[in-house]
Ligand binder design. Structure first.
Ligand code: UT7
Length: 337
């Protein structure tokens, strides 16, 4: 393995369905209101994918967008990794289906599940195939159709989540750009606070699991909030400290978008001011594996080559982590130099 090969982002793309579900819409469905949702979470609206269409549709749109942006054919992709908790079905994998829909016929691929930390886990996994020289072009997409597992009679969860997919191409860089460091963590003792119990090997679907609403997401918000605030802030600080980075060295914090208050706490711990934090939670809500790449996509035109970004996430499991990367695309064009 060569030490001076990094995995760098060479294209970024995002896709969200057009249908908007606003706070006002939700207040007609459950006992909630716009003010509670905005002040407690920062969310104003979220996007909802049509019934009968799966996560693979959104992922395929992202793969096609990445190819258009990079100026290559889908057949030139070597590997597709999809981070998701809402695959089209238990098998075949959503990576497998989306690659077919997008025409990535020479790629192998797999799904990776680490809840809201999924994109970071997938990006660091994809990077190893670049660093080792095994592959030239790896596609990493985070995509979730959260509306397929949300109970729209439960006000404690239905206001939080939305649907979207976004992702990147990773390719080799020898100029010192790309992924510099990653810290990824997993602690399964948090599994009782955020989960979907039905449909797996412990509780396969039966009339009883459906009646007990076991095919919906469940969250005990308070302990998850507490763990998220501490872990996301700690790991973001840790990656700065172990690489000798100060707040001035960092151009952008790219946090998972679960709750504005968690984002604020992370930025505060890092000493980073709000202007340097990518925030789009008000438009999309929590799209699980898609939040971080969607931010990268929406900010990509204003990022400069060489800028330091810290990506940071916390999710079910618990899982959490941070990645330090040096942005590798030219400003304004969003293209490689
Ligand atoms: O992305 C993966 C990781 N997930 C997260 O990071 C999410 C972490 N958790 C959170 O973001 C927050 O805990 C929530 C946004 C989910 C909830 O915020 P909270 O400040 O922890 O509220 P709470 O659960 O303590 O509820 C406060 C009150 C309760 O009423 P009482 O018991 O005080 O009378 C809830 O019943 O707010 C009530 N409530 C609502 N009221 C209006 C809960 N949901 C709603 C709602 N609308 N949608």
């Amino acid at each position: 393995m060569s030490q001076n090969i990094n995995a760098a982002i060479t294209a970024v793309h995002g896709w969200a369905p057009e249908t908007v579900l606003s706070n006002a819409d939700l207040s007609k469905m459950v006992d909630t209101n716009d003010e509670w949702i905005r002040t407690r979470t920062g969310i104003s609206e979220r996007r909802i994918l049509d019934k009968g269409v799966g996560t693979s549709h959104m992922v395929a749109e992202v793969i096609k967008g990445l190819c258009a942006s990079r100026g290559i054919e889908p057949t030139e992709i070597d590997l597709v990794i999809v981070a998701t908790v809402t695959p089209d079905m238990p098998f075949p994998s959503t990576a497998n289906i989306a690659s077919d829909l997008a025409g990535a016929s020479n790629a192998w691929g797999f799904d990776l599940e680490a809840a809201c930390s999924g994109f970071l886990f997938a990006m660091n996994t994809g990077a190893q195939f670049i660093k080792s020289g095994a592959h030239k072009r790896v596609c990493v997409v985070g995509g979730d159709k959260m509306s397929s597992i949300v109970d729209y009679t439960d006000r404690t969860t239905c206001v939080l989540f939305g649907d979207a997919a976004a992702g990147v191409f990773l390719e080799a860089d020898t100029d010192g750009l790309g992924i510099q460091d990653a810290i990824l963590r997993s602690d399964g003792s948090g599994r009782d606070y955020l989960y979907m119990k039905g449909g797996g090997s412990v509780n396969p679907a039966t009339a009883e699991t459906v009646a007990k609403k076991m095919h919906y997401i469940y969250q005990d918000g308070k302990p998850v909030f507490k763990a998220a605030v501490t872990s996301m802030a700690d790991v973001s600080y840790e990656i700065m400290e172990r690489n000798g980075l100060t707040a001035d060295d960092i151009s952008w914090l790219v946090p998972h978008q679960a709750n504005m208050r968690i984002i604020d706490a992370t930025a505060r711990r890092m000493g980073i001011t709000t202007e340097k934090v990518m925030i789009n939670i008000e438009k999309y809500g929590n799209t699980t594996a898609a939040t971080i790449p969607m931010c990268l996509y929406e900010w990509s035109k204003s990022l400069s080559r060489g800028e330091n970004l810290i990506l940071s996430a916390f999710g079910g499991g618990f899982t959490w982590g941070a990645i330090w990367l040096k942005w590798s695309l030219e400003k304004s064009s969003g293209q490689l130099s």
